[in-house]
Each structure stands twice: as C-alpha cells, then as structure tokens.
Write a protein that binds this ligand. Structure first.
Ligand code: CTP
Length: 210
C-alpha cells in the first residue's frame, strides 16, 4: 500500500524569532512510518520539526507550519491508500507574523490568533472510495466520547484515542496506550507498550491483515 503519515508538532510564527508550538515529539508518527516500512509498504512521512532521524526507506518531507503541512499532505493524499494523521497540528496561528523581531513595550501584549486549516477534516471530505483515513485524538478527559465524535465529524475510518493526562505514556515517552475505535463500532485496546509495537498492531488492524 501507499501510506502517508504525518508526525510531530507544527510551528506557527509570531515574529522572526518566536513561534507557537506544542509538546509533540513525533515519536508515535515516526514509529508508524517505521512499522509501515517494515511491513513492506511504500511510506511517505510528512513531519513537523522534531529531534528524530527519519526511518530508513521512507520518503521524507520536512515542514514547519500547519499551512505547509496541509500543502504537503493534500498534494500527496490522492495517491495514498492509507493516511495516518498523528501530527499535532496547531489549531490556531497568529493572524500576522512580524517580519523582524518584536520589541517589548510597556504593558500587555495581545496576540490575535486565527484557525488553521483542519487537514484531517479536509481529507475526510475528499476521501475516495477504498481510501483509509486514521486520525489521532489526544484528550485529557472524556476520551472515548470525544474521540468517537471526531471519528464521525471528520469522516474517518479509525481513530486512535490517547489519554495525554497520563505521565507514563504519550508525549515524549517511548511507550503509549491507545484505544482504537473503528467506524463500524470495533474497539481495540493497544498497549501500554512501546510505540513501535502499538504502531505495528494499529497498522495490522486498520489494513485488515490480522
Ligand atoms: N488535525 C489536523 N489538522 C488540524 C488539527 C488537527 O489534521 N488543524 C488532526 C490531527 O492530526 C489528529 C486529529 O486531527 O489526527 C485530532 O486533532 P484535534 O486537534 O484533537 O481535533 P479537533 O477536532 O480539533 O478537536 P479539539 O480541538 O476539540 O480537541
């Protein structure tokens, strides 16, 4: 299969030296890309800025902002049989970025933010027959209800829900535990286990090979 994976955070520029980002390290997405390669698939990894080396054998595309990630994903999605969006794409970005460095002034500074494009929702809208779409839902409460809502709203086939309020798994950790929910109502509990094992099992389930 042609598999397209997104990973890592995005950076939304405030000025020449500052940006808004989040705690994603990219480990889950890189594990998905590595596991997909090992299972014999053709893999493209679109990644925000992280401190990881791309797995051998993947086509690697480096991006920074949500807009760049959207461009990289939408230009490749028509060829993909399976798309796994693990990236922690920023939901908001500064309305305008200063070209130089902002100098401090007395008093408060208000930063105006606007919504970024929801890549996964866009992929869900233009999904072609037979194409599989997997999202990730990082939640701190109501894990299953919020994840099931995203599955429906974004027209996904599967969603992997993980509880990011737990300190033993998730952000920065080599281990994870996810609840994989299918649009047909199937539910699989994966882990706690190393992210590479979670990734392999997730791919086996969503591609229907075991
Ligand atoms: N995602 C995306 N583009 C965005 C934001 C998120 O493609 N601009 C994708 C992520 O890669 C992930 C899924 O959407 O697979 C879940 O993202 P999340 O931000 O948690 O979902 P939202 O629907 O924005 O819900 P909320 O902010 O209410 O948690």
């Amino acid at each position: 299969m042609n598999i397209l994976v997104s990973a890592g955070p995005t950076r939304e520029k405030i000025d020449a030296v500052r940006f808004i980002t989040n705690r994603s390290t990219g480990k889950m997405g890189y594990a998905v890309a590595e596991a997909a390669c090992a299972l014999g698939h053709r893999v493209t990894l679109v990644s925000g800025p992280v401190a990881l080396r791309p797995p051998e054998g993947v086509e690697f595309v480096s991006v920074e902002s949500a807009a760049e990630m959207a461009g990289a994903i939408f230009s490749r999605s028509p060829q993909a049989d399976l798309i796994v969006m693990t990236a922690a794409v920023a939901d908001y970005r500064p309305v305008s970025a200063a070209s130089g460095k902002l100098k401090k002034q007395p008093g408060r500074l208000t930063l105006e933010l606007e919504r970024t494009v929801d890549i996964l929702a866009g992929l869900g809208q233009e999904k072609r027959p037979g194409q599989l779409l997997v999202g990730f839902a990082a939640e701190t409460e109501n894990l299953l209800a919020y994840a099931a809502d995203k599955l429906e709203r974004k027209n996904l086939d599967w969603i992997a829900a993980n509880d990011v309020s737990r300190s033993d798994i998730g952000f920065g950790s080599d281990r994870n535990a996810v609840t994989l929910i299918g649009r047909n109502g199937a539910i699989f509990e994966l882990g706690p286990a190393p992210k590479i094992e979670i990734a392999r099992r997730l791919l086996e389930i969503v591609t229907g090979c075991c």
